[in-house]
Write a protein that binds this ligand. Structure first.
Ligand SMILES: NC(=O)c1ccc[n+]([C@@H]2O[C@H](COP(=O)([O-])OP(=O)(O)OC[C@H]3O[C@@H](n4cnc5c(N)ncnc54)[C@H](OP(=O)(O)O)[C@@H]3O)[C@@H](O)[C@H]2O)c1
Length: 326
């Protein structure tokens, strides 16, 4: 009986049937994947939602995501190793793992009971971590970590985090603080207290105050929201300050190159980087208590539509997580 369930070829998933709005998403059964060469089959226990998921659903990256449907979304994954494909090594069946799914080029994501991915993309779950906590961390934290690293030393620096209570922002605030920065957070008024609790010494409501009113006070502006733009950021940056954005479009990066030639204020891309040393650093920070991913709400997979609606509406603090399995 147990065998039949384990090796059944169907799994529950939340997937899109075509590109479009929320109405193209379905909760239902899809064929379960099997682990290919070098791959691991993971029984998913938790997966989070990132803006990337609804951007893919909307067709914003069609050239990279192709025309194959149904498409399962979800980059962050935490679960248990169910099987190893030929040549996969470094993990064992039954091990608790987490990591990032490569969801471009026709690959399926983590909003499903079973996923396959290369063994090297998975990390053993540190002792004492919950699956929800692990699923909330990788994409957002690896993005914040890499973006801040590219802004140089932060000790005693004034850092402004734009979008300070969102998925990326709430971790960027804590990471900047852990590196000794004085942090100002920009968020909506209703989340001001939450931003202070994360470690922001000063909080600015983006609906009430423009950055220009703050003076050229910041060594770093980390734009977790992504759409502030260098021109507006520059009004609040010191003469050699760094503007880091989570939405480094080709136009922005061309501008960044030009700024490197000019000198003075610089632009850097805050992109996710998932090297072993990045995970090691994050794990140490979580273990020491300096970094705490906030899981704002957990939904069962069957209620993923509500979870997406909440995430897309905005206003939530930290991450929205889907719970699968028992
Ligand atoms: N390049 C990469 O590798 C990478 C990786 C991860 C994410 N991203 C991108 O980074 C962006 C943020 O991701 P996320 O996961 O943090 O999203 P999120 O959880 O939805 O957070 C967005 C945050 O922006 C705030 N915000 C909304 N309007 C704002 C405004 N006008 N000014 C300042 N802040 C504003 C929101 O505050 P309220 O909710 O309080 O309104 C919220 O805290 C997305 O575009 C995502 O695609 C890029």
């Amino acid at each position: 009986m147990g065998q039949a369930l384990r090796y059944s070829n169907a799994m529950k998933a939340f997937y899109c049937q075509s590109y479009g709005g929320a109405d193209v998403m379905r909760h239902g059964e899809l064929p379960a994947p099997t682990a290919g060469r070098g791959q691991v089959l993971v029984r998913v226990q938790a997966a989070s939602i990132n803006p990337l998921d609804w951007k893919i659903r909307q067709g914003d990256f069609r050239l990279l995501t192709g025309r194959r449907f149904p498409k399962v979304l979800g980059a962050d994954v935490a679960g248990v190793v169910e099987a190893l494909g030929p040549g996969a090594s470094g993990l064992v069946v039954g091990q608790r793992v987490y990591g990032v799914m490569p969801i471009f080029l026709g690959r399926q994501g983590a909003h499903a009971e079973l996923v396959t991915l290369a063994a090297k993309r998975l990390r053993p779950l540190p002792e004492g971590w919950s699956f929800e906590q692990a699923a909330a961390l990788p994409v957002a934290a690896l993005t914040a970590l890499n973006g801040l690293r590219r802004c140089g030393a932060l000790k005693d620096r004034a850092v402004l985090v734009n979008g300070a209570t969102g998925g990326v922002g709430h971790l960027a605030v804590q990471l900047a603080k852990a590196r000794g920065a004085r942090v100002t957070g920009v968020c909506s008024a209703r989340n001001a207290e939450r931003a202070r609790a994360l470690g922001c010494e000063q909080v600015v409501d983006y609906r009430q105050q423009s950055l220009a009113e703050l003076g050229r006070a910041f060594d770093v502006i980390f734009d977790a929201y992504g759409l502030l733009g260098f021109t507006r950021a520059a009004t609040a940056l010191t003469a050699s300050g760094h503007y880091a954005t989570t939405l480094p479009t080709p136009g922005v990066m061309l501008h960044a190159l030009w700024r490197r030639v000019l000198g003075g204020q610089q632009i850097v891309g805050a992109n996710m980087r998932a090297r072993g040393e990045d995970y090691d650093e994050l794990q140490q920070l979580v273990t020491s208590g300096a970094l705490r991913p906030i899981v704002e709400q957990v939904f069962p997979l069957a209620e993923a539509a509500q979870a997406f609606a909440l995430a897309e509406r905005g206003g939530a603090v930290g991450k929205i997580v889907l719970r699968l399995g028992g």
